[in-house]
Design a protein around this ligand. Structure first.
Ligand SMILES: [Zn+2]
Ligand SMILES: [Zn+2]
Length: 278
């Protein structure tokens, strides 16, 4: 077994995390933190010790993913057993592009199942609690898992590699999009437009407000990319849409009012918000 690829693999996984979590943290928490505080889903910022804990567990998860990833993708006995196909032309472009949505649908179902399991009392107490110590998550929380949960989360890769024919670039691009969405889910700010949570398509798509509520209240909203399973199985929080609109109202309307100079500073912003909703 040649471990010389290990540094590249850990840099690829860690690099993606650092780029997405790091750049959004710098923009939303450092550069614009004060100015955009009124837009935040929960109107307080975590402590530095919380960022550090999230970062520490994420680094642990990344190290585990890298070791297991190298074993699966590069081990001379394991790789030949996988469904990896060498040339995109082997299956054509139609299959190549068509597979991406399927990978997200499969991962969404897998994540939902694992996440519901994580909320059974024993696993919650001994494993999933690590992720839930972030009651007001930051982008650094994206991979903040107990090692056992990291192991189960990693399971999506062997599930793909032993059941669905995939090209190596499917894996690379899929995990790139996965970490981007995961970081957005823990961002603490909403990026989708107003009305999205109740719109025809938007009602099936997971949002940062949705996952933030999961961290704040511990129950309901177990999904990752879509809301199919939460809606079908009745685990979507009843106050989700209301909270979504409240966050977007603060972000957009108060932002506009502030631009026009009709309100200024955090105190008058919250006063005018209260006046507008009452
Ligand atoms: Zn959870
Ligand atoms: Zn989370």
């Amino acid at each position: 077994m040649d471990w010389s690829v290990f540094p590249f693999v850990i840099m690829r996984i860690g690099g993606r995390y650092l780029i997405f979590a790091g750049s959004l943290f710098l923009i939303f928490y450092v550069w614009k933190g004060r100015a955009w505080a009124y837009k935040k889903i929960q109107n307080k910022f975590p402590k530095n010790s919380e960022y550090l804990r999230e970062f520490f567990y994420s680094a642990l998860t990344i190290s585990m993913f890298a070791v297991m990833g190298v074993l699966l993708l590069y081990h001379p006995y394991i790789r030949p057993l996988t469904t990896l196909y060498p040339h995109i032309s082997d299956r054509g472009w139609f299959y190549y592009f068509g597979l991406f949505p399927a990978l997200f649908v499969v991962h969404d179902a897998y994540f939902y199942l694992i996440h519901r399991l994580m909320h059974t009392p024993f696993l919650y107490k001994h494993v999933h609690k690590v992720h839930h110590r972030s009651t007001n998550p930051s982008p650094w929380a994206a991979y903040s898992f107990h090692p056992f949960e990291a192991l189960l989360e990693f399971g999506i890769l062997p599930l793909f590699l032993f059941t669905i024919p995939v090209h190596f670039t499917h894996i690379i691009l899929f995990f790139l999009a996965m970490i981007a969405y995961n970081v957005y889910g823990h961002l603490g700010f909403e990026l989708y437009p107003r009305g999205f949570s109740d719109s025809k398509w938007g009602r099936w798509v997971n949002t940062s407000v949705n996952h933030n509520q999961h961290h704040q209240y511990f129950t309901g909203n177990y999904s990752l990319y879509f809301l199919f399973w939460d809606r079908l199985l009745g685990t979507l929080r009843k106050d989700y849409s209301e909270k979504y609109e409240e966050v977007c109202f603060r972000r957009d309307r108060l932002g506009e009012m502030r631009m026009k100079g009709s309100v200024s500073g955090p105190t008058s912003i919250s006063k005018s918000y209260n006046a507008n909703i009452s």
